[in-house]
Each structure stands twice: as structure tokens, then as C-alpha cells.
Write a protein that binds this ligand. Structure first.
Ligand SMILES: [Fe+2]
Length: 398
């Protein structure tokens, strides 16, 4: 038996934000970060003022969200008692809001409520808090607005520990996809977040947990990103914004999140998560590279499904292997075009810190869920080789 979890509503397109002024909220608790507060919060406030909703803003989220920020947010949230939490921002903001909600709902458990999250727990979040969650992503990448996991770092001990905590009740009631929020994205952010979304589409499609429903979302998301990302990047470099293209990418990022959230990610994300934790490289800066390694590592085992992806974007070949090889080549060209790194060396990780940290990094990768759902088995010895090839930018030949 499988379970496919979706948000109750996806509001999308130009002026999607007006959905807020058609509701009857009494008190909105907005989670955001200082940059988005300046650039986009006024648009939300304008909508909520039309329905005379009271507004409380928590704006202390930063990149790589931490448990102590979640705790701070919950302190304010529990004094506020809102009937809607609105997460306005990128993946870090949305993950923080998703972490705050179960802690607020279980005051006796406090921060242990996050450690206790698992896919099978009954949390009764909506009943206990009389509140719903609305996500408004301002980047087109993580898909966190429709997934049921939150990635948070515990920075309270001697060593930072990054963990993914999940429960299906964390899937938002509503996600609002208004392309207006992506207008301030600079070209490098469009490239990095776009590659993250592309990776979700590829990896969710190749995962051993793929299913008919996730396939439908992921294949179309892959097409939309492949066709539109290079243009959006080139336009952003010139300071141009084409809202039709931005909307395609914004929708595709959510579709990819919706798909992989109900399938799984694979090797590219195991590598990306462990590099992020071990060498402090932002997810969006390494995930394109590691996804390329994931494609190459899986090129023979997942040949039919990689060929499907190649077909979807109009590549031609007389065999599945030829199509697979063409997609791998095209993906490398895409990374170069978007000015993304091709190796750990390119990411400015020096050899000494690589050698110092590699055992911890491999341990992290082995325990990442992407290792389990990768089509080709991957063990400790494989990871040693993969990481060494990845460091040098050498193509996998084993
Ligand atoms: Fe990702």
C-alpha cells in the first residue's frame, strides 16, 4: 500500500497572492527572514489588512535553519495564538515554520517534539492549534512548500548536527505560487535553486520508490525546468524578468517537491547533504554537481528511466544507452552554462580539510535516506571512490 500526500490547495499564477484577501483569518503569524521582510512582506500585509487580520511577524530566520531559532519563534507563536501560520520565504523559512508548528502544538514535549517526528505519528496539529499552514515560496527550488520533511540543524552541542524530520501533517494546507515573489532573485540564485529543483525531478524519477503519481509530476517538472532555466538565468544576468518563464520555474519547483516528497531522492542528495554538513557548502551550490555524479553512477542500472528523461526534453538516440549518455553530456553543459562548479576543488574545499573530514562525510552519506533508495547499491568502498572522483572532477568509470 502506498500513500501519496498533497497540499489541500495550490494557488498559482499572476495575482495568486490575492487569495489571502478572500479568506477570513483573524490573526496571521508570519515567519520570514530580514531580506524577505523588506522586499515582499508589504505585499502580504496589504492583502491581510483588507480583511482586518491582526499580523505578527517573526523575521529571525537565517540560512541553514537551526533549532534555537525554531525555539525562539515558538515563544512568540505561543503568545500569539494565530489561526494561520504563513511561511514567506525560501526553504529555510518554510522549514523553520514547519518545525515550529509541532513544538507549539505539544507544549509538554517542547523541542523534543521535533526529535519525535516520524512519518507514522498522529500529531493532530490542526485540531490542537486551531490553525492552518500556508506556504508562500519566494525562491523556485526546494519544494519544501509541499513536502512533509523539515531540515533543521541542532547547534546546541559541540558539533552541529543537521537532521531531516518528517510527518505528513506538516504538508501545508495551502501553497501560494505567485511569480511576483521571484523577481528579486539574482542569476546565481536562479541557477542554484533551479538545479536543486531539477535534481528533485531527476532523483525522484530514478528512485526505487518512484510510483505512477510521482512520475507524472516529476517528468513534467523536469521538462519545464530544462526548457526555461537557461533563459531565466541569462535574463537575470541582464537584469530582466520574464514572468511567464519565472512562473514555469516556480510551478515546476513545487511539482518537483510534490513528486520527490512522495518518492525519494537518491545518491546526488546523499552526496549533497553530506558535503553541506561536512564542508559547509550551501545545498544549492553543490546539488547540481552531485546530481551529475548520481546520473553517471546510475547510468547502466537506471538506463531506461534516464532515457525517459532524455526523451522528455527532445534528445534523440537509437538506444537507451545512447540517450542516457546524451543526457549526461547535456547536463554537464548546463552546469557550465550556469557557472556552477564541477568538483569539490571548484567549490574551494582544500585537500587537507577534505582528508580531515572525509570519514565523517562518508558516514553521513551512508546514513542518508538517499543511499537506501538509490537504484544502484552504494556502500562504504563506493563512497570512498565517488568522493575522491568528485574532489578531482573526474568522471566515474567504475
Ligand atoms: Fe534538494
Amino acid at each position: 500500500m502506498w500513500d501519496f500526500t498533497s497540499p489541500r490547495k495550490v494557488i498559482f499564477g499572476e495575482d495568486a497572492i490575492e487569495y489571502l484577501s478572500e479568506q477570513s483569518f483573524k490573526h496571521a503569524f508570519i515567519v520570514t527572514d530580514p531580506f524577505v521582510k523588506k522586499t515582499h512582506l508589504p505585499l502580504i500585509e496589504k492583502q491581510l489588512q483588507q480583511i482586518n487580520a491582526q499580523i505578527t511577524v517573526f523575521d529571525e530566520v537565517q540560512g541553514e535553519p537551526t533549532l534555537d531559532v525554531v525555539q525562539k519563534g515558538v515563544q512568540l507563536l505561543s503568545m500569539t495564538n494565530p489561526d494561520v501560520i504563513i511561511a514567506l520565504g525560501g526553504g529555510s523559512v518554510i522549514d523553520t515554520a514547519k518545525g515550529m508548528w509541532p513544538v507549539w502544538a505539544s507544549p509538554l514535549d517542547g523541542m523534543d517534539a521535533i526529535e519525535g517526528l516520524n512519518p507514522f505519528a498522529v500529531l493532530d496539529l490542526r485540531k490542537k492549534t486551531n490553525c492552518i499552514l500556508i506556504n508562500i515560496p519566494t525562491t523556485s527550488g526546494t519544494g519544501s512548500d509541499v513536502t512533509w520533511a523539515t531540515v533543521l540543524t541542532d547547534n546546541t552541542g559541540e558539533v552541529d548536527r543537521k537532521g531531516s524530520f518528517g510527518n505528513r501533517e506538516l504538508v501545508a494546507d495551502v501553497t501560494i505560487l505567485d511569480p511576483v515573489f521571484t523577481k528579486t532573485m539574482p542569476s546565481h540564485l536562479i541557477a542554484g535553486t533551479g538545479l536543486d529543483a531539477l535534481s528533485h525531478a531527476i532523483e525522484g524519477y530514478l528512485s526505487t520508490w518512484q510510483n505512477d503519481f510521482s512520475d507524472a509530476l516529476l517528468l513534467h517538472a523536469f521538462k519545464l525546468i530544462w526548457r526555461n532555466l537557461p533563459t531565466a538565468y541569462e535574463q537575470a544576468k541582464e537584469g530582466e524578468v520574464d514572468y511567464i518563464i519565472r512562473e514555469k520555474l516556480h510551478n515546476a519547483a513545487t511539482m518537483a517537491g510534490w513528486g520527490f516528497g512522495n518518492s525519494q531522492i537518491i545518491l546526488g542528495h546523499s552526496l549533497g547533504h553530506s558535503i553541506g554538513a561536512g564542508f559547509k557548502i550551501p545545498h544549492s551550490q553543490c546539488i547540481g554537481t552531485t546530481t551529475w555524479y548520481s546520473l553517471v553512477y546510475n547510468r547502466h542500472i537506471a538506463v531506461e528511466r534516464i532515457a525517459d528523461l532524455a526523451h522528455a526534453v527532445g534528445l534523440e538516440g537509437s538506444s537507451n544507452q545512447e540517450l542516457t549518455n546524451k543526457l549526461i553530456l547535456a547536463m554537464k553543459e548546463l552546469l557550465l552554462q550556469l557557472n556552477l562548479p564541477l568538483s569539490l576543488k571548484d567549490m574551494k574545499i582544500d585537500k587537507n580539510s577534505f582528508n580531515d573530514r572525509i570519514e565523517d562525510v562518508i558516514d553521513f552519506a551512508l546514513n542518508d535516506s538517499g543511499t537506501l533508495s538509490n537504484p544502484r547499491p552504494v556502500d562504504y568502498e563506493d563512497y570512498v571512490k565517488i568522493f575522491n572522483y568528485l574532489y578531482e572532477g573526474k568522471e566515474i568509470d567504475f
